[in-house]
Design a protein around this ligand. Structure first.
Ligand code: PCA
Length: 202
């Protein structure tokens, strides 16, 4: 049976919730298909990578799916790439705001997600989910975590598959912002659950 680690982030930038962890909490899989481990990761440079790579070493997951919020999206986006750059346009939850800093001093410029992105997106779209491919995970804590995890897997020759998914705001977050796009938590959970089920079948 496969072990899967799924992470979401804590709320940041004055939001009271982060839909990524709200959705992760609700993902449900029959127990005989996979063993799912869920974690809420602090939106903090450094700590996010430390906490998730510690969990990887402890839990030895076969598949790692990290989820974060990207306010303003109209679809769920699967990230293709993580770049070796922290460039925060707002402080993280501990007040750090790195600008133009490498994540790993001697690391490669970028890593690609190792999830089967194109077939996954095709199948999810065919099931009616609003899902697309993104070529930039930004330069904030989400990109930082994806880069840090892929770097850890590479350095320690860990054969796990890993990738990152950005979700839009959830509807409750935009009640007073009618022009900002959002998605229901139910739709996010359905898309993420189908995605995990497809990955387990790989
Ligand atoms: N989104 C941020 C960090 C935490 C989160 O949920 C990002 O896109 O970098």
């Amino acid at each position: 049976m496969k072990n899967i680690l799924i992470t979401g982030f804590s709320p940041f930038n004055q939001e009271r919730i982060n839909p990524s962890y709200e959705a992760v909490k609700l993902i449900d899989m029959p127990g005989d298909i996979a063993r799912i481990f869920k974690m809420e990761v602090p939106t903090v440079f450094g700590d996010a990578i430390r906490i998730v790579t510690d969990a990887i070493d402890r839990l030895k997951p076969d598949i790692i799916v990290m989820v974060g919020q990207a306010g303003g999206l109209t679809k769920i986006m699967l990230e293709r790439v993580a770049i070796n750059l922290d460039d925060a346009n707002m402080p993280d939850n501990s007040g750090q705001q790195p600008v133009d800093q490498p994540i790993a001093a001697n690391g490669p410029l970028a890593y690609f997600s190792t999830l089967p992105l194109k077939p996954l997106i095709k199948e999810l779209v065919a099931k009616g989910h609003l899902v697309g491919l993104s070529n930039s995970a930004g330069t904030y804590v989400c990109n930082h975590l994806l880069y840090g995890v892929l770097h850890h897997l590479k350095q320690h020759r860990i054969p796990a598959m890993a990738g990152f998914v950005h979700v839009p705001y959830m509807d409750a977050q935009v009640r007073n912002r009618p022009d900002v796009p959002s998605m229901t938590l139910t739709d996010m959970v359905a898309a993420l659950s189908d995605m995990i089920a497809l990955l387990v079948k790989q």
